[in-house]
Design a protein around this ligand. Structure first.
Ligand code: AMP
Length: 531
């Protein structure tokens, strides 16, 4: 396969909770969002299952009101779990299968315009744990994508912003440059999408960027703002007519769609009117931006608290933040922009399109990887290649990584080897001790989380270091080595130093599909008509 084809076959995908977006690189190395078959730049991450056919996107979103029991929404919230939280047309689906259907549709749309897709970079919230990352990677594989990398959404967004600054400074676009990036820029990325919230602090110079701290909430996003409106509108309706639209799945789905429209309208207008229909009755209501802000004030506050916490954990104050980058469709809500301005004392930077910037950053990241692999042989022109290979990126882990150790009282504690917000890649080792004489094996349970109690953390895998020599005294040393790669993947090794005995470095993730199952799912999806 020639490098030329590889570059043109590269896409970056922002697989969002409510909307997804895909981008590629032009021959000049500039990221471009690819419209879907309907000509829209984002595709609703909604699907409707119908016999051998799966409808994805706008049509599926519309059909949610008509066939709520066949329509899957917010699949991303269940990623990493064993099954999607709602059954579809009486059938259970794994979230990665449903996500694969969305990805397949995106892939088909791109291929119909630009030819075969060879490589993809898919983004995930920085706060996704290892299980959710792997489930996302599996979804890509089931969809027939060669997943080059999984990267964090705020990292991708920051990369797109950094690249834009770099491009302005280094290329013929200089004439348009408004700001020179001569000294490193420290930026806070505030990323509020449809279903997840992430804050990261990144530092970028013209040739490098690193993430200093990150935190977030996988269950907070635009959908929660919609839900507040749904609750308000349903209660007004009940007061007026005595029945509740939330009791009927179709009326409820319709109400959600109206609520989202109201939210969008209130981003540009200070008041709007909404029509609620249910059970043959209608209610017309006026709603002001002020009312909307009051209904959702605590949600905005939650993001404010997390933002301040991340700043704190990076050991920074607002005066040390140069730019606040606004990412995700929800950052168009004026109340959110006002909050950021109030706490940071800075004008939020909305200079790149909020719902495309993550996919564009993902395409850039893929370009950087391919450019490094190609070492200058690419079809992309030399100045673009030069821009990319210069970039160096450093990420941090979003959850502490530790192992379960026995406490004197018999319970288990989380012994943290790699604390959260450690720059990646990283390798840390520590010596532990056997707890009994003649212990022939050690079970190593790998934990993600910050809690002291092992049981309050998420166990992401375990392995057994077996075959230890007989008659080892109690408290014999066992060395544990944890490795965290730049893409957030983890491996752990156990070693008995005296014999050199190594444990298998398998990280068993509960409920994951094995290779044969992945192939089988890919085959089944291949038989479906995905439109
Ligand atoms: P994303 O995942 O970045 O595409 O963000 C999707 C979320 O942003 C959804 O909850 C959308 O309803 C919301 N959103 C998109 N555009 C707007 C807008 N103009 N005003 C308010 N919310 C918006």
């Amino acid at each position: 396969m020639s490098t030329a084809t590889e570059f043109s076959g590269l896409i970056g995908i922002d697989l969002g909770t409510t909307y997804s977006c895909v981008a590629r690189l032009s021959r000049e190395g500039i990221p471009q969002t690819i419209p879907n078959r309907e000509g829209e730049l984002t595709t609703p991450s909604v699907l409707m299952v119908e016999d051998q056919m799966v409808v994805v996107g706008r049509e599926a979103k519309r059909s949610e009101c008509v066939y709520p029991d066949r329509t899957a929404i917010c699949v991303k919230r269940d990623m990493g779990g064993a099954r999607y939280s709602r059954s579809l047309a009486g059938q259970e689906y794994r979230p990665e299968i449903l996500s694969a259907m969305i990805l397949k549709r995106i892939k088909t749309d791109v291929e119909s315009r630009f030819g075969p897709v060879q490589h993809a970079v898919i983004t995930v919230p920085a706060y996704f744990d290892d299980t959710r990352r792997k489930a996302t990677q599996d979804a890509g594989r089931i969809a027939g994508l060669n997943v080059l990398d999984i990267i964090n959404e705020p990292t991708a967004a920051a990369l797109a912003f950094a690249f834009e600054s770099h491009r302005r400074r280094n290329s013929h676009f200089e004439a348009f440059a408004r700001q020179a990036v001569d000294s490193p820029t420290t930026a806070l990325v505030y990323d509020l999408g449809g279903g997840t919230f992430d804050v990261s602090i990144v530092r970028f110079a013209h040739d490098r960027f690193e993430t200093l701290a990150t935190d977030g909430d996988v269950r907070l996003g635009g959908r929660d703002w919609d839900e507040r409106l749904v609750t308000y509108l349903a209660e007004q309706f009940r007061t007026a007519h005595g029945s509740d639209p939330r009791d009927d799945p179709q009326s409820l789905a319709f109400l959600y769609q109206e609520a989202e429209k109201v939210k969008h309208a209130l981003s540009v207008r200070t008041a709007t009117r909404v029509l609620v229909s249910h059970d043959g009755q209608r209610l017309s209501l006026d709603l002001t931006r002020r009312q909307f802000d009051d209904l959702t004030a605590d949600l905005v506050l939650r993001t404010e608290t997390t933002t301040e916490l991340v700043l704190d954990s990076a050991g920074l104050t607002w005066s040390q933040i140069d730019r606040v980058l606004m990412v995700g469709g929800m950052t168009r809500v004026p109340h959110i922009r006002e909050m950021i301005q109030r706490i940071s004392g800075k004008e939020p930077d909305c200079s790149l399109p909020a719902d495309e910037v993550v996919a564009q950053g993902a395409a850039l990241h893929g370009g950087i990887l391919l450019a490094r692999m190609a070492k200058g042989k690419g079809s992309i022109n030399d100045s673009a290649l030069g821009l990319w290979v210069e970039f160096e990126s450093i990420d941090v882990n979003s959850h502490s990584l530790g192992i379960a150790v026995r406490r004197p009282d018999g319970g288990y504690a989380n012994s943290i080897l790699i604390p959260k917000n450690t720059p990646l890649p990283v390798e840390r080792s520590r010596t532990y001790h056997t707890s009994a004489p003649n212990q022939r094996q050690v079970r190593v349970r790998i934990l993600e989380g910050e809690a002291y109690e092992a049981e309050a953390c998420v166990q992401i895998g375990e392995f057994v270091l077996g075959g230890l020599p007989a008659d080892l005294p109690e408290r014999s040393p066992i060395e544990i080595v944890c490795r965290y790669t730049s893409d957030g993947r983890i491996s752990v090794q156990g070693r008995h130093p005296n014999t050199g005995l190594l444990a298998e470095t398998t990280l068993v993730s509960q409920g994951r599909l094995n290779d044969a199952e992945l192939r089988e799912e890919a085959r089944k999806i291949g038989l479906l008509e995905i439109v």
